[in-house]
Design a protein around this ligand. Structure first.
Ligand code: AMP
Ligand code: GLY
Length: 429
């Protein structure tokens, strides 16, 4: 089969790496891809949100199956466009993608179908929101309704911070239309975990549990990022907790959507807070997590492409369960100096070959580009081109072994301004 993967991050490098191993995959393309993806797939310069451009390419190249990485094209309805033209694609339709594209849609669905989540109220009028904040006080969490590139959630420790967040969203419109409405919800305490499942809207096949590290600095200090590292499995997610999340969060959401006439086909990601009163849902994503995917897929032994095809045909019942490598997997993100704030690009990355020589280490690329010299045997140079640059990933028989191996590989890599957390997965020890 000819496959197209859409996206350009570490998640997409991992998807391409895994799918290229499938016996069903004859040729793989990635749009637009990155420097590392270009080593294993043919990259085509079409942006992930250029649906018309992607459709043209798929028809011209006779692509058999398209896999969508990021949320933006899903929220814009790429799956609906492809299906109308009888083109096979992996991902949820536009209506189902609202689970991520509208936090209000997700919260109302959860409330209606008994999915455990923090209590909340919806506001569009800033004055009403300020009055409510005076009533409930802090801490509380303010969430812009729409997609805000991971910046739309503010965990406010005091009332001033909470009011500032409301002002920036509803009055200053920092997120534009994504901030026409917002949610104010109770602040939950606990440990976070990411639970991803495959579903065709009828059957559910869970992936291994994982945990992300969202803050930029060690010990969870500093601003939120897209994710500075991840590990799988997450020992806090015991079998009992896992079963409870599948039952109360995943199954209720999928059957709830189905009662609303919406079939969810794809991967569903639930961000969970494990609280003293049980697991509560923080958010849904309608795609693979990044960097969770880098820590999960190296452990997957089953053929990912087979699973994705079964979902697109609403025949996930064909796949009884997934086979997993029992080892632990750790991914450490190497980021550009200044990230998640402003950063420079175009820094040469040194030591990638040395790192990749270490046993059971894979270096996934995110914000990189490659420069290929001319002629046979010419050297390839890799330059930074984004905030999160690499996801250095290692497997080990124990969490400790995976951590040591991964950091040994990180130690071989260098680019000007590179920074990374030194405590990824330590809480799993
Ligand atoms: P979200 O994009 O909704 O996952 O929010 C981003 C991050 O904000 C989460 O990973 C949590 O760390 C935090 N967060 C979101 N909602 C809450 C909540 N109700 N209580 C505490 N922290 C939260
Ligand atoms: N790692 C969090 C996310 O993918 O949204």
């Amino acid at each position: 089969m000819k496959i197209l993967v859409i996206g350009s991050g570490g998640r997409e490098h991992t998807l391409v790496w895994k799918i290229a191993q499938s016996k069903l995959c004859e040729k793989i393309f990635c749009a637009p891809g990155n420097g590392g993806i270009a080593d294993i797939a043919e990259c085509v310069q079409i942006n992930a949100d250029d649906i018309a451009g992607l459709l043209d390419f798929v028809k011209k190249e006779k692509i058999d199956f398209t896999i969508v990485g990021p949320e933006a094209p899903l929220a814009a309805g790429i799956v609906d466009e492809f299906r109308e033209r009888k083109l096979k694609i992996f991902g949820p339709q536009k209506k189902a993608a609202r689970l991520e594209a509208s936090k209000i849609f997700a919260k109302e669905l959860m409330a209606k179908y008994g999915v455990p989540t923090a209590d909340f109220k919806i506001f569009s009028d800033p004055q009403e929101a300020y009055r409510y904040l005076d009533e409930v006080g802090a801490p509380c969490v303010i969430k812009a309704d729409g997609l805000a590139q991971g910046k739309g959630v503010i965990v406010a420790r005091d009332i001033t911070e909470a009011k500032e967040a409301v002002k920036s969203i509803l009055e200053d419109k920092v997120f534009g239309a994504a901030g026409q409405r917002l949610i104010i919800e109770d602040c939950l305490e606990g440990v976070e975990a990411s639970i991803l499942v495959f579903t065709d809207g009828k059957n559910v096949v869970p992936l291994a549990s994982s945990q992300d590290h969202k803050r930029v600095f060690d010990a969870d200090r500093g601003p939120n990022t897209g994710g500075m590292g991840a590990y799988s499995p997450a020992p806090v997610v015991t079998q009992k907790v896992f079963a409870e999340i599948i039952d109360k969060v995943i199954n209720r959401t999928i059957t709830g959507l189905s009662s609303e006439g919406i079939t969810y086909q794809g991967v569903l990601y639930a961000g969970i807070m494990l609280t003293d009163s049980g697991p509560k849902t923080l958010e849904f994503n309608v795609r693979f997590g990044d960097p969770e995917t880098q820590a999960i897929l190296p452990r997957l032994k089953s053929d990912l492409l087979e699973v994705m095809l079964a979902i697109s045909e609403i025949e996930l019942s064909r796949i009884k369960k997934l086979e997993w490598d029992n080892r632990s997997c750790v991914c450490v993100v190497c980021a550009s100096g200044g990230y998640p704030g402003e950063y420079q690009k175009g820094k040469e990355i040194i030591g990638l070959d040395e790192a990749a020589k270490i046993e059971d280490v894979i270096v996934f690329h995110a914000g990189t580009e490659s420069l290929r010299g001319k002629g046979q045997g010419a050297r390839v140079r890799y330059l930074t081109s984004g905030g999160r640059v690499l996801g250095v990933t290692g497997l080990g028989n124990t969490v400790k072994e995976a951590i040591d191996r991964t950091y040994q590989a990180v130690g071989k890599i260098h680019f000007e301004g590179m920074h990374y957390r030194r405590d990824i997965a330590r809480r799993a020890l």
